[in-house]
Design a protein around this ligand. Structure first.
Ligand code: PMV
Length: 322
């Protein structure tokens, strides 16, 4: 049996603007992981994927278009592997469509397990590219930040590059390691509202097409904040980082991807003493994050539960984390 896993992720800052070429910072979420197990199957059974958590099962004969079946085939082709019968089991501790990267984590664990099956070592860049191609096929125009931070499993600075001509494939993104000068305590609260990323992303695209100057100004303001946050992270200046996170939330509200529930949680975290708070990921639901001192983490977590969060967890991010 072959087994592999991949972490969830958090977007610290810069979501949405990242789709338009602005920088963003993402962090791996190591305590929430997706796992994939592969066992060989008898001849002519094809590829079966079983997701017991979701009570779903797909087979390559009946569901050739399923994204995970298609990713399996694409990865086997890339690996030039001559294996056609296997049973794949997927389990994930990451809530679906909540902004914690469940889809990209499952896909990354799957690619890693397939590479393990044929004993072929893949680089993080190769894994990220295979997952990106699959996400692009099913989710429109993802920036690529999710699959990248999950494949690299370290805090990253990410800038999507736009092709010179619209019909050309985009050049490789800029990916840089981010220095974390002091450990971050982040409280993550889930609104319990599930929202597929393509909905707010499509909304932003329509608004951007309608009012390009207004949206470019908002994206430029996000880019400036993200640069300031990289510096604050490097210097371990967490109070400054927190203030900028909240500033980023205000811009996300103007971009049109926040929600009443998210704003209520952000306000509760700030009232309970967090240094800063914002939604994380696609928005309109999903999660928000609050940056706190280790000593205020418990009171912020309690305030978020009282404000209606369905799930609250805390993560510590440090440079030695990866
Ligand atoms: O909803 P998530 O966590 O997958 O975040 C998507 C991040 C966006 O910037 C909104 C979209 C993208 O492709 O980068």
């Amino acid at each position: 049996m072959i087994q592999a896993s991949a972490p969830g992720k958090l977007i610290l800052c810069g979501e949405h603007a990242v789709v338009y070429g602005c920088p963003a910072i993402a962090l791996p979420l190591n305590q929430l992981r997706a796992s994939v197990q592969i066992v060989p199957a008898v001849a002519d059974q094809g590829i079966t994927i079983h997701a017991p958590d979701l009570e779903r099962m797909w087979n390559s004969d009946a569901h050739a278009d399923n994204p995970l079946i298609a990713l399996t085939q694409a990865t086997l082709d890339y690996l030039q592997a001559d294996v056609s019968d296997m049973h794949i089991t997927i389990t994930a501790a990451i809530p679906v469509a909540s902004g914690m990267g469940s889809g990209a984590a499952v896909a990354t664990a799957l690619v890693r397990a397939l590479a393990g099956l044929v004993q072929h070592e893949l680089t993080p860049a190769e894994i990220a590219q295979l997952v990106y191609t699959s996400e692009q096929r099913y989710h429109g125009t993802p920036s690529g930040i999710d699959n990248t931070v999950i494949a690299y499993e370290q805090p990253i600075w990410f800038v999507r590059q736009t092709p010179a001509q619209p019909d050309e494939p985009p050049p490789a993104p800029i990916i840089e390691a981010v220095t974390i000068g002091a450990p971050l305590t982040l409280v993550i609260a889930d609104t319990g509202k599930r929202c597929p990323t393509h909905l707010p992303v499509g909304h932003v695209r329509r608004n951007w097409l309608r009012s390009p100057d207004q949206y470019q100004t908002l994206f430029d303001a996000v880019a400036t904040l993200v640069q300031q946050m990289r510096l604050a992270l490097q210097q371990g200046n967490l109070a400054e980082l927190g203030q900028r996170l909240t500033d980023n939330q205000r811009l996300l509200e103007q971009i049109g991807v926040s929600s009443e529930e998210l704003e209520q949680l952000v306000q509760s975290a700030l009232d309970a003493g967090a240094w800063g708070a914002k939604l994380s990921g696609g928005g309109w639901g999903g999660i928000m994050i609050a940056l706190t001192a280790p000593t205020t983490q418990a009171q912020v977590a309690m305030a978020l539960r009282q404000a209606g969060a369905v799930r609250v967890l805390t993560t510590e991010i440090a440079d030695f984390d990866h």
